[in-house]
Design a protein around this ligand. Structure first.
Ligand SMILES: Cc1ncc(COP(=O)(O)O)c(C=O)c1O
Length: 458
C-alpha cells in the first residue's frame, strides 16, 4: 500500500482559529446564553442533562422539522446531531406525529399492556434475530437489564466490558467510559475506573475491563476469572470513542469465548441498532449475540428501550422468577411511535437511502482529506459516520488518546458557524443521517469541512 504523505496539525494555529470561530459563534446564541441563566435559577446548571452542556455554551432548541433544527435565537441548521442519533426518522415526521397524536387521544398511560406489542416484537425479532423482547424507557435501562439477566441466569457476578464504551449511567457498567489516561493502568489489566463519583468500589470489583478488537486480552480476562464471568457486553461498533469498527472475526471470536466459558454475549446496539442497517450490527457483522440492547432510534424520538434475548435467558422472566419491570415500560405513546418508526419509516428502503448519502459523505470528505494531506480518515456505515483525526486506524480506546480534542472542537465550530448542527464536539461523537437527509445536505457538510481543512493547512 502506498504511504500517504500528511501534514501534522499546527496546534497553535488551531488555538487561534478556535478563538476566531468562538467569537463568531457567541453573538449567534445570545438568547440561548441568556435563557440558560434564567433556567439556572431553579434547574441545576440550567440544563436537563449534563451532556446537553458542552463548550462553548449550551444551545437551546426551539423546534425541528425533518432534517432541520431551529434554535431559540432563530438559527437554522441541518441537523447531523439528531438527538445523539435517536432521530433517524427526522424531526416531526408526519407518520410519527400522527401515531403519537392518535395514541394521546386514547390515553397516554395505563401501565397495562396494549396491542402494539406483537407487531413491534415481531419486527425486532426479524431485524435482530432474537426470539423474545421486553421494553423499557432508555438505553441505560436496557443495558442494566442485560447485565442483570446474564448474572441471574449464570448465578455469577462478573461482567466484562470494553474500555472506552458507554452503556448508560447505572452503577453496574458506568466504568472506564472515557478513562483518564493517567489512571488506566496496563493494557492487559486496565483499571476499572468509575466514570462518576458515588459509584461504589464494590461495583467496580465486579467489572473486568478489556481493550476492543483484541481476542487475546478477552481470553486473558476469562482465564483469570474462571467460573466467575456472567457475560460480556460490547458495543459491536464503538461509537463513543470516534467510531471504531470491529475487525473481521472479532465479534464471532468473543461469542465463542463467552460460550466456551459458560457466559453470555450482549450487544449494546443502542447506537448501532436500526441505524447502521435494518438489522443493525447483527446484520452488518453477521453475529447473533445472546442479548441485544436497543434504545434511541427504535422509538421514533420517544423515550424508549428494548431488550432482546434467547428463550433460555428469558426463562426466569417468563416464569415470573425475575421481575423485569417499570411503570412506563410499553407506554402507549412510546409504543405508537416505535411501531410507526419501525414499520412505516425505517423500512428496508430507508437504509438504501442512508447508504447513498453515506457514500456521498465519505467520498467528499475523503477527497478533502487527500487534497489537504490531513492526518485523518473517514469511517462509518449506514446512517452513522465520523472523521477520525488520526493517521493510523484507531482500533481501541487507547489509540484515540492521542487525538487532540482541540482539533475536533474546531471542526465542530466550523460546522456550527456554517449551518450544520453536530453532536457535542469531543472526539467521541459521530454524525447521524435521517431519512430526510439528502446528498445536498452531505455536500454542505463536506463544503464546511473543506473550509476547515483549508484554514488549518493554509
Ligand atoms: C452505546 C450506548 N449505550 C447506552 C446508552 C444509554 O442510553 P440512554 O441515554 O438512553 O440511557 C448510550 C447513550 O448514549 C449509548 O451510546
Amino acid at each position: 500500500m502506498a504511504v500517504r504523505e500528511t501534514v501534522a496539525f499546527d496546534l497553535e494555529k488551531i488555538d487561534r482559529l478556535i478563538e476566531e470561530e468562538e467569537a463568531e459563534l457567541e453573538p449567534k446564541h445570545r438568547a440561548s446564553i441568556e435563557y440558560r441563566k434564567t433556567a439556572a435559577r431553579y434547574v441545576a446548571g440550567g440544563v436537563a442533562s449534563s451532556w446537553q452542556d458542552s463548550p462553548p455554551h449550551a444551545i437551546f432548541v426551539d423546534h425541528g422539522q425533518g432534517n432541520r433544527l431551529f434554535d431559540i435565537d432563530g438559527n437554522e441548521y441541518i441537523d447531523f446531531h439528531l438527538g445523539y442519533g435517536a432521530m433517524v426518522v427526522g424531526h416531526a415526521h408526519p407518520k410519527i406525529a400522527e401515531a403519537i397524536e392518535r395514541a394521546a387521544r386514547r390515553g397516554t398511560h395505563f401501565a397495562q399492556p396494549t396491542r402494539d406489542l406483537d407487531v413491534i416484537g415481531e419486527n425486532l425479532a426479524d431485524r435482530f434475530r432474537l426470539p423474545l423482547w421486553r421494553f423499557c424507557n432508555s438505553g441505560t435501562e436496557a443495558t442494566l437489564e442485560a447485565g442483570r439477566l446474564m448474572r441471574a441466569t449464570t448465578g455469577r457476578d462478573v461482567l466484562i466490558k470494553i474500555e472506552g464504551t458507554y452503556h448508560g449511567h447505572h452503577d453496574s457498567l458506568m466504568f472506564s467510559v472515557v478513562p483518564d489516561p493517567g489512571k488506566i493502568g496496563p493494557r492487559e489489566h486496565p483499571v476499572t475506573l468509575p466514570q462518576a463519583p458515588g459509584i461504589p468500589q464494590a461495583f467496580a470489583d465486579l467489572v473486568r475491563v478489556i481493550p476492543f478488537n483484541d481476542l487475546v486480552e478477552a481470553r486473558r480476562a476469562f482465564e483469570e476469572n474462571v467460573g466467575r464471568v456472567a457475560g460480556l457486553i460490547i458495543e459491536p461498533a464503538m461509537m463513543n470513542c470516534g467510531l471504531i469498527m470491529p475487525e473481521p472475526g472479532y465479534l464471532q471470536g468473543l461469542k465463542d469465548l463467552c460460550h466456551e466459558h459458560g457466559a453470555y454475549l450482549a450487544f449494546d446496539e443502542v447506537k448501532t441498532g436500526a441505524t447502521i442497517a435494518y438489522g443493525g450490527a447483527v446484520e452488518v457483522f453477521g453475529v447473533v449475540p445472546d442479548i441485544v440492547c436497543l434504545a434511541k432510534a427504535i422509538g421514533g424520538g420517544t423515550p424508549c428501550g428494548a431488550i432482546g434475548a434467547t428463550e433460555e435467558l428469558y426463562r426466569p422472566v417468563v416464569a415470573g422468577e425475575y421481575d423485569m419491570a417499570g411503570t412506563f415500560n410499553g407506554n402507549p405513546l412510546t409504543m405508537a411511535a416505535s411501531r410507526a418508526a419501525l414499520t412505516e419509516v425505517l423500512t428496508k428502503d430507508a437504509y438504501a437511502t442512508f447508504d447513498a448519502v453515506d457514500a456521498k459523505m465519505k467520498e467528499g470528505l475523503r477527497a478533502v482529506i487527500e487534497e489537504h494531506h490531513l492526518p485523518a480518515y473517514v469511517t462509518g456505515v449506514g446512517a452513522k459516520g465520523s472523521v477520525i483525526y488520526a493517521e493510523k486506524p484507531v482500533r481501541e480506546y487507547r489509540d484515540s488518546i492521542g487525538v487532540d480534542e482541540r482539533i475536533t472542537y474546531l471542526a465542530w465550530l466550523f460546522q456550527q458557524n456554517r449551518g450544520v448542527f453536530k453532536s457535542p464536539w469531543t472526539k467521541q461523537e459521530t454524525w447521524t443521517l435521517s431519512v430526510w437527509h439528502t446528498e445536498a445536505d452531505a455536500q454542505r457538510y463536506i463544503d464546511n469541512f473543506a473550509e476547515f481543512a483549508t484554514a488549518v493547512t493554509s
